[in-house]
Design a protein around this ligand. Structure first.
Ligand SMILES: Cc1cc2nc3c(=O)[nH]c(=O)nc-3n(C[C@H](O)[C@H](O)[C@H](O)COP(=O)(O)O)c2cc1C
Length: 332
């Protein structure tokens, strides 16, 4: 069975990538993920605030997110572990590249344009196989105008693209308007791949203590649907960028569905945190079994089988929405 695929122009032995999480935070974890079958690993994000703390840089806030950056700096939790700084991160990239054969994708989360660019350059020098820009911004500031987040994101990708030759992935949450046009613009700006989607951090309120509860919950399979929809819609619209599906994989079913919708690769974090990296072996064996049973000889044979044609997609989705509502048979 041929499970191979490619993502960001990188050949992969299978479509399952270990998404950024604590599991890839050290060399032992990265080796284990490779041994269990991960086709590539994404390192946990390096946050610009981490760097600024470490370097005590007084950056001039002239760039993206300038209005929010000083605040994020002061809200960023103190980093007590000295190994968590930039030097350690760059060192981990270099050691991981020497230790494993699979691609090692560094993840960067900046807050100023200069921060993104400088660190991307350092990541390239450290020898990463690719960079994932973890673009995470809740654009809630009073000075943010409609359209600013999209324009800034495109400008950021262009700026980083101009400074590095590394394959560039952009990891996004789904809450941008006109997402299809946005994705096309990112492709045009030089993104080699999109990670769809990041999970937006959503706090809860603890009714006993009346405090905000900021804990991270792990994902559930019903969260794949927004990704499925957009991946199936984008399949015919992106001339060059590949797509890694992300969020909600628990069983092999979600991986198969994402591939059918048109994903080139599928990223997983929660399921590995829940069941351990060894579970990758089960997922890959089950993928192979499913392909065999259905008479497919490769992952490429199912990639995009269920994607939508761009023309008429909007009308079709509207029709599907209406028929979904009308055909609902609830339990009484
Ligand atoms: C504990 C934890 C830590 C994470 N750290 C990062 C991170 O540093 N950078 C990032 O881009 N995503 C991070 N993520 C998000 C995951 O990479 C992934 O995008 C998200 O969990 C959705 O995938 P899943 O449904 O397979 O968990 C983290 C997720 C968890 C649960």
């Amino acid at each position: 069975m041929d499970l191979s695929t490619s993502y960001l122009g990188l050949p992969l032995r299978n479509p399952v990538i270990a998404s950024a999480s604590p599991l890839s935070a050290d060399l032992g974890g990265i080796r284990r993920l490779e041994d269990c079958g991960a086709a590539a690993v994404v390192l946990p994000s390096l946050f610009e605030e981490q760097l600024r703390r470490e370097q005590a840089l007084a950056e001039r806030m002239i760039d993206i997110g300038a209005d929010s950056s000083p605040e994020t700096g002061s809200y960023f939790p103190a980093v007590s572990d000295p190994r968590s700084g930039a030097a350690a991160y760059l060192d981990l990239i270099a050691r991981a590249r020497a230790a494993v054969d699979i691609p090692v994708i560094a993840s960067l989360n900046g807050s100023t344009l200069s921060g993104w660019i400088d660190t991307a350059t350092q990541i390239e020098q450290a020898g990463a196989s690719a960079i994932e820009l973890n673009i995470y911004r809740i654009a809630s500031g009073p000075t943010v105008k409609i359209g600013d987040p999209v324009a800034e994101c495109i400008a950021l990708v262009k700026a980083v693209r101009a400074k590095t030759r590394l394959p560039l992935a952009v990891k996004l949450h789904p809450y941008y308007s006109a997402f299809g046009a946005f994705a096309e613009s990112l492709d045009d700006a030089g993104a080699d791949g999109l990670v769809l989607f990041n999970r937006l951090y959503q706090p809860d309120i603890d009714l006993a203590s009346l405090c905000w509860n900021n804990d991270i919950t792990l994902s559930a399979p019903n969260e794949i649907r927004l990704g499925l929809l957009w991946i199936s819609l984008l399949g015919t619209r992106l001339p060059r960028a590949s797509i890694a599906a992300n969020t909600g994989v628990d069983k092999v079913d979600e991986i198969i569905k994402y591939l059918l919708a048109g994903a080139d690769a599928v990223m997983v974090a929660s399921v590995l945190l829940r069941k351990g990296p060894e579970h990758l072996k089960t997922l890959l064996a089950e993928l192979e079994t499913w392909l065999n049973r259905r008479g497919f000889g490769s992952v490429s044979a199912i990639k995009g089988l269920m994607k939508h044609q761009a023309a008429g997609a909007e009308a079709q989705e509207r029709g599907d929405y209406i028929s979904g509502l009308l055909s609902y048979r609830g339990k009484r």
